[in-house]
Write a protein that binds this ligand. Sequence first.
Ligand code: GDP
Length: 588
Amino acid sequence: MAASIEVPDSITVGELAEVLQLPATRLIGELFKNGIVATINERLDFDTAQIIVGELGLDVELQRKVVEVEPVKRQKAAQTASATDRPPVVAVMGHVDHGKTSLLDAIRSAQVAKGEAGGITQHISAYQVEHKDRLITFLDTPGHEAFAAIRQHGADLTDIVIIVVAADDGVKPQTIEAIRYAKNAGTKIVVAINKMDKEGANPGLVMGQLAEQGVVADDKAWGGDVPMVEVSAKTGDGLTNLLDTVLLVADIDELKADATIPARGLIIEAHVEHGRGPIAHALIEEGTLKAGDFILAGGTYAKVRNLDATTGKPIKSAGPSTPVIISGFKTLPEFGDQFETVKNERDARERAAVVASERAHGSSRSDMSSSELLRIISRTDKLQELPIIIKADVQGSLTSVADSLKSIETDEVAVRVAGSSVGVINDNDIHLAKSTGSIIYGFNTSVANNIKRLANRDKVSIRLYSVIYQLIDDAKNELSKLLAPEVTEKEVGTLEVKGVFKTTKTEVICGGEVLSGKLTTPAMVRVLRGKEQIGTAKLKGLKRGPNAANDLVEGELGGLELETSARIDLQIGDKLEFYVVETKERTL
Ligand code: GDP
């Protein structure tokens, strides 16, 4: 019977290799054969892991390990005397193309039409809408990665997840994933059955499919407890009903927070804006944030210089569940960093320095990049090029960035500029980056949220810098990853053949005495007769007496199982040389 191994829903290539007791390179190779260029740190979902195990022909059955993440509950505010009502925080999730972005946009633009001063031209990380004289905070970061990242940081700032399901497409893998996220996080679910304007809309079918996933509609026919609202992001039908429902669901939880204490919350977006320096969008979970406060976020800190609502309007202070834009950070905080108010600048500076150094330390382990892997596998010797797109604020800086990048070329690696222009990063840049596989380097420029979303969806990497040498360092780092690794052979031991028990085209079973070193599996083998090499093989297994052994050392006698690609007629007296191949990263 196949061995059964429990693995979590998401596992890195390295971790999977470890539980399967295989070299990671074998998994990487198998993934590559299946068209997936993965690094050792790449996360595979359960299904991919299962497929790969199947492809490897292992007698192993993967079982899904159900990890119930203990939701990090907000402090139940009723516990503190000064707690007051706060708006619900809502995230929108669902399968790609089911209309998450459209729905978020529709809800927001309805608000703008209601007379929001000046309108909003840019996409933002979160926004608040007023409905029936109450506020609702929407996280404008659809995408499960964003949600997962927030959760990874131990935060649980979402009260309600709206799961969008297209009425003409039904429940799809990411719908199921969204349900799982919401359940794990302990949030309330509201289902928006979208695209009701379309001809093939079939809400009944959607409800049935959701019921199969344990999400049962709360109407009489179904008898469940999850509100489901039919909407059309296109026509706007049903949106009022959706917002009503969100408020109803929020009321059940009696969401409260203490607005009288110093603020604490989460960074939900950060970027550099020309002329303003690092800008962070944050959601306040508790307390009140004011301009002039000192806040610590990850490895950086700020004296809050300007505090703006996400409409761009300056505000003096902001309370719980409010999304704000903060300027005054020393360096960019990271998405998902928690922030807290601290006493004074010294405190902020010292604590930020500790976190920054811990992070620098933690990230120093070597990450194998896709391009590097590609190189290991394909072993090309040509000049490796890093396609990039450069965007900058003015022509002068564009030229100097391009020139500096040229100066870091070597005979082996170079940047190839697929496009460059002045201005903010736009959708054309993303399309070009996608089709050319480019990284986008932005110098003193910025990127709107809708474009960032597009980039996320298309897996385009955008790197924003305002200091040229940091940009160059980043490019250098990327170029280093393209350098072919240094491949060396390390001899681990030798053995003299004392007996040959079985020889086929693909296998030799023999016995011998270890003359030097230590033999372990796996290893590569050179077969020598006298001075001549008569073949090569792979060491698959070792035996000491009748038992399998992990290793054999100098002076020991043992049995060997060798895998060969052509028949080798091994004879007594032949010598076997064992070696392992080591690869080492190089840097520019
Ligand atoms: P996301 O990937 O979930 O963010 O989906 P999008 O919001 O980008 O929508 C995907 C596609 O569906 C776009 O072409 C939208 O115009 C379209 N779409 C979204 N909502 C509706 C709707 O209610 N009705 C119709 N007919 N099309 C919609």
